[in-house]
Design a protein around this ligand. Structure first.
Ligand SMILES: Nc1ncnc2c1ncn2[C@@H]1O[C@H](COP(=O)(O)OP(=O)(O)OP(=O)(O)O)[C@@H](O)[C@H]1O
Ligand SMILES: [Mg+2]
Length: 186
């Protein structure tokens, strides 16, 4: 069920033309930059987007411009844990987990969970309660289990479904931003 929905949604995303995708992505960026949660956050965590994910580089650059600290995760497949590292224009990235670009743990400064004000959580599809289907690693569910800051997801309307059958370990996000605007879960 989860797997099917993940594949179906990814297939639908593939159908969206570049022009439409870019237009929606720009709208999503605008909505995010207007949120008080964004404005107030001193430290934000997000991933390097790829494929049909809403691009995060424009948000990273904006965060730098606004004097925020940006963090990017590195996944540790053995323990299934994730650590966020400070990301600056000088940060050396390595291609590791799933070919994702990640900060080199040996050369980067780790950031404590308590210091992160806002996490932009990646995912494939989302329901009206903020529950999500991620890429299947459970990394975010583990990380968010004892996270107390704000969580935000970027998604196109086609990635939204009414109800996902959430499992006990699944952690919902508190804000979803689509091309149509921001929706608060709590
Ligand atoms: N807090 C947790 N403790 C132990 N195992 C967990 C925890 N959270 C998730 N898992 C395990 O991780 C695996 C993947 O979880 P799930 O299918 O929810 O992935 P996902 O939500 O798509 O991934 P992600 O959170 O990385 O976006 C599952 O087998 C699940 O049991
Ligand atoms: Mg999950």
């Amino acid at each position: 069920m989860k797997k099917e929905l993940r594949l179906q949604t990814l297939a639908m995303l593939d159908q969206i033309g570049a022009e439409e995708f870019n237009r929606y992505a720009a709208l999503i960026h605008e909505h995010v930059l207007q949120l008080s949660e964004w404005k107030q956050a001193k430290t934000i965590a997000l991933t390097m987007s790829r494929g049909k994910e809403i691009p995060t580089m424009p948000l990273i650059e904006k965060a730098w411009e606004e004097g925020k600290t940006v963090c990017i995760p590195t996944c540790f497949p053995k323990t299934k844990e994730m650590v966020f590292y400070e990301y600056t224009p000088e940060t050396k990235m390595t291609s590791s987990y799933f070919g994702l670009l990640e900060p080199d743990p040996l050369e980067s400064k780790a950031v404590h969970k308590e210091a992160i004000d806002l996490i932009i959580v990646p995912g494939v599809c989302f329901d009206q309660h903020g529950y999500r289907i991620g890429y299947g690693g459970g990394y975010y569910d583990r990380y968010l289990a004892d996270y107390h800051g704000t969580t935000l997801a970027l998604c196109l309307s086609v990635q939204q479904v009414d109800d996902l059958t959430a499992e006990p370990h699944d952690i919902p996000v508190s804000i979803m931003v689509s091309e149509k605007g921001a929706f608060y879960q709590k």
